[in-house]
Design a protein around this ligand. Structure first.
Ligand code: ATP
Ligand code: MG
Length: 336
């Protein structure tokens, strides 16, 4: 039974009225894999998780978990635990009560249930909050309670819908590292939805990029970043996004092409071929983002060093790294 934790999705479609939330999606998540799912708001990420969890039904298509069609299996029997975007906790139960709830439903003995709940709480830094009610802890802590509750189900598959979204930057960074460790320890298959560029790049073994209910690209994050399959993915993964120049213009190229270059692949160089004026400088501490405009009007975003000395109104010259230009078909947007 090497299939525990595999998810297989076949031509899955879900529409709400005229909105096609998922449009014939095929996807395989391997046993033990951590897959991140990214895409703009409304692209179908939560819909996908809800369907896998059994909280919603597809119009057509199949979902197999552990190699078995789960279409007719109710949510609580799917060996799938979901952490929601808005982490619903029971407000009338303490943190400990929330953690124990699922175990009680499954008739785990009381002392055993407490032992497991306390250990999950410990793991997520909640040990001191067990007697508080959900409205007495912070948003980030509530989110961790929801995570701990999912951990306690010991499912074959975790579905996490933006579980770090409400955390502040340092906590988010720390929890991201915790999640990775946790995933490594548990070895459970996980599908993790995120809006966050850093999470998309660092968390998953593979990342799936969703757009209007379709998967545009699936692969290891660095590969998707280095070789985006189309202009949508090129513009979505990476912050600030890739510069896309129709016809190529100053980047070379030809009509019928869109030429792309990432901000970090435009190098400030006094001998550079592209002359620009600098409209704005965003000093981010660790780096500067320059918003520039070439003589032909093309806007180019440049990632430069923190104290690069460039100021708004300056003239500058840019040298694109020729090995890092991306070519897309202007008609279809596909990579060439
Ligand atoms: N219950 C519903 N009734 C009607 N339309 C819905 C329903 N749930 C989702 N939709 C629509 O389906 C599309 C996909 O929604 P979904 O929640 O899956 O997006 P998402 O990718 O999770 O977005 P976000 O990043 O904002 O959470 C959207 O256009 C949304 O408005
Ligand atoms: Mg969502």
């Amino acid at each position: 039974m090497g299939e525990r934790g595999t998810i297989r999705i076949e031509s899955l479609t879900r529409t709400y009225g005229r909105v096609v939330a998922l449009d014939g999606v095929d996807l395989e998540v391997r046993a033990g894999e951590l897959m991140t799912l990214v895409g703009p708001s409304g692209s179908g990420k939560s819909t996908m998780l809800r369907l896998i969890a059994g909280l919603d039904r597809p119009e057509s298509g199949r979902i197999l978990v552990d190699g078995q069609d789960v279409s007719r299996v109710p949510p609580h029997r799917r060996s799938v635990a979901m952490v929601f975007q808005d982490y619903a906790l029971y407000p009338h139960l303490t943190v400990l009560g929330n953690l124990l709830f699922g175990l009680r439903v499954r008739r785990v003995r009381r002392d055993e249930a407490e032992r497991r709940a306390r250990s999950a709480a410990e793991r997520l830094g909640l040990a001191d909050l067990l007697d508080r009610y959900p409205d007495q802890v912070s948003g980030g802590q509530r989110q961790r309670v929801a995570l701990a509750r999912a951990l306690l189900r010991e499912p074959a598959v975790y579905l996490l819908d933006e579980p770090l979204a409400s955390l502040d930057a340092p906590l988010r960074f720390a929890t991201r590292a915790d999640l990775l460790t946790l995933h490594r320890d548990l070895g459970s298959t996980t599908v993790h939805v995120t809006h966050d560029q850093a999470e998309a790049m660092t968390l998953g073994d593979r990342v799936a990029v969703l757009d209007r209910g379709r998967i545009r690209q699936l692969g290891p994050p660095q590969q998707v970043y280095d070789e985006p399959a189309d202009t949508f993915v090129a513009g979505f993964l990476g912050s600030p996004p890739m510069n896309l120049v129709p016809g190529g213009g100053l980047l070379g190229g030809s009509p019928g092409l869109i030429v792309g270059v990432r901000p970090e692949d435009l190098i400030l160089d006094a001998d550079g071929a592209i002359e620009v004026s600098v409209d704005a400088v965003e000093a981010l501490g660790s780096e500067s983002i320059l918003l520039t405009r070439a003589t032909d009007g093309t806007r180019l975003t440049v990632r430069a060093a923190a104290r690069c000395g460039v100021r708004p109104g300056d003239a500058a010259r840019l040298r694109p790294d020729p090995a890092r230009l991306h070519h897309f078909d202007a008609e279809t947007g596909r990579r060439r």
